[in-house]
Design a protein around this ligand. Structure first.
Ligand code: ZN
Length: 457
């Protein structure tokens, strides 16, 4: 790891995160953790004392930003003794894989707070390679509400795993307490669930916060200066949370086309949507086969042994043996509702595009870590491909991935574009991603805050 050197990157193409073209003949000067200049030409004599880096015709982009991940989820559903030994290594791997795939900033949308703090601090100190993290810590939801597939741990297990994935307060007073607790533990955002009907097979209605309790959550988030991101997938829940004033909604709407009036309101309130299209595409057997093949071919590069074992078992359930389960089995365990996703994916896609066309903000979030098939690194290019498949241009998808996401996070003064004064979060790929998004799959070089974390100079 090279620390705080002064670099001049030259002989490259440049996508600056904002303009709809690649620029030629530019040099990017890095000093400490920042970009100190973007200049024409690459004449070494003008930069004495700087390390000249010949980029050999690669394309330089701002580091990718993922606005919806779960960094501390270890890709295990069964907490076996072996799992306990592997959890820390798997989380470490999640951080490393983000960097390897060019993701330099993430917003975590639900984590075990103690684990999150441990890793976030290590990364901030430069002791571990990983993206910059904006955390929500534990998500907040109702008792028995969504995520209905996530267990609520007893105090002992809670201590062992580093907190709840989702806290489940019952009253406005309890909600305020939880928001304060998450903020005290370092939360940058507040995450709330609002899903009034399960998307798990054989389950029905789910409780959501009533207005008074939801309002308490909004009020205390505002008091601490934190914005609120909200998981939802049904139209009526979207209308409800727009009225409550949340700032981003996570996942697209699956049941109906969003009416113009609702879209208008969404845009007027300057909200943003992270459609997480790839994980909504699980009704697509090609996606399953693609991921299954990946797991078998090079699963150990992104999964620890126990995670890999459990992921394989999970894929076996859906691809080979036990799906669809009997009614009895289905009530006992949690199964993803594949037919629902098959039906609803086209609606989700249409809604994301409709919102975008209406001038609404649509960001890029992968939900990596959100399920046993949501692999870090692999989902990001898949998400961009699906946005493009939905009707976004390559430019619109890449802009969303960089300066657009930065704006949603209120970090556009620091990240998301290659401009003087911004943090030097930079990645290099071979080829032109404005023409071929596939080139994003192979990131050759990664700088985060001026430090080279992948590639050689
Ligand atoms: Zn999620």
């Amino acid at each position: 790891m090279i620390r705080e050197e002064r670099f001049v990157l030259h002989n490259m193409w440049l996508f600056d995160g904002e303009a709809n073209r690649l620029q030629e003949g530019k040099s990017v000067v890095i000093e400490g953790d920042k970009i100190s200049a973007v200049e024409d030409g690459g004449d070494a004599s003008r930069f004495p004392g700087y390390k000249m880096v010949d980029m050999k015709g690669l394309t330089l982009l701002p580091g990718l930003i993922d606005n919806h991940v779960h960094m501390t989820v270890p890709f295990m559903i069964k907490v076996t003794p072996k799992a306990f030994l592997d959890i820390t290594n798997q989380i470490k791997k999640n951080f490393q894989v983000c960097i390897d795939s060019g993701v330099t900033t993430v917003r975590d949308a639900g984590a075990f707070p103690r684990k999150m703090n441990y890793f976030k601090t290590k990364v901030e100190k430069g002791e571990l390679p990983g993206p910059r993290v904006l955390a929500t810590n534990s998500a907040i939801t109702t008792p028995k509400g969504c995520p209905d597939w996530v267990p609520y741990f007893n105090p002992l297990v809670k201590v062992l795993v580093g907190g709840q994935y989702a806290e489940r307060p019952r009253t406005p007073t309890e909600v305020k307490k939880v928001v304060k607790e998450m903020v005290d533990k370092g939360a940058d955002w507040v995450k709330v669930y609002c899903q009034s009907k399960s998307w798990i097979l054989c389950r029905g209605k789910l409780p959501i916060f009533d207005r008074e309790t939801f309002q308490a959550l909004m009020d205390s988030s505002r008091k601490y200066g934190k914005k609120v991101c909200c998981h939802l997938v049904w139209l009526e829940d979207l209308e409800y949370v727009i009225s409550m004033g949340v700032h981003t909604t996570e996942h697209s709407v699956l049941d109906y086309e969003i009416p113009d009036k609702v879209i208008e309101e969404f845009v007027k309130k300057d909200m943003a949507l992270h459609p997480t299209l790839t994980i909504l595409d699980i009704g697509n057997s090609k996606l399953w086969e693609q991921l299954d093949q990946l797991v078998h071919e090079r699963g150990e590069s992104f999964l620890e042994p126990e995670s890999l074992r459990q992921v394989k078992e999970f894929f076996d359930t859906y691809l080979r043996k036990d799906y669809p389960p009997s009614k009895e089995e289905c009530m006992k365990n949690f199964y993803m509702d594949i037919p629902l996703h098959k039906r609803s994916f086209p609606i989700a896609v249409k809604n994301a595009l409709k919102l975008h066309k209406a001038g609404g903000r649509v960001g890029v979030g992968t939900d990596s870590g959100g399920s046993l098939m949501s692999f870090f690194g692999i989902l990001y290019p898949e998400e961009l491909k699906r946005m493009i498949g939905a009707g976004f241009s390559n430019y619109e998808a890449l802009k969303a991935a960089t300066s657009g996401n930065a704006k949603i996070l209120d970090m556009d003064d620091r990240i998301g574009s290659i401009k003087k004064g911004k943090l030097a979060d930079l990645i290099a790929v071979e080829g032109n991603p404005l023409e071929d998004i596939e080139v994003i799959k192979d990131v050759k070089m990664v700088f985060k805050g001026g430090r080279l974390l992948k590639g050689a100079v």
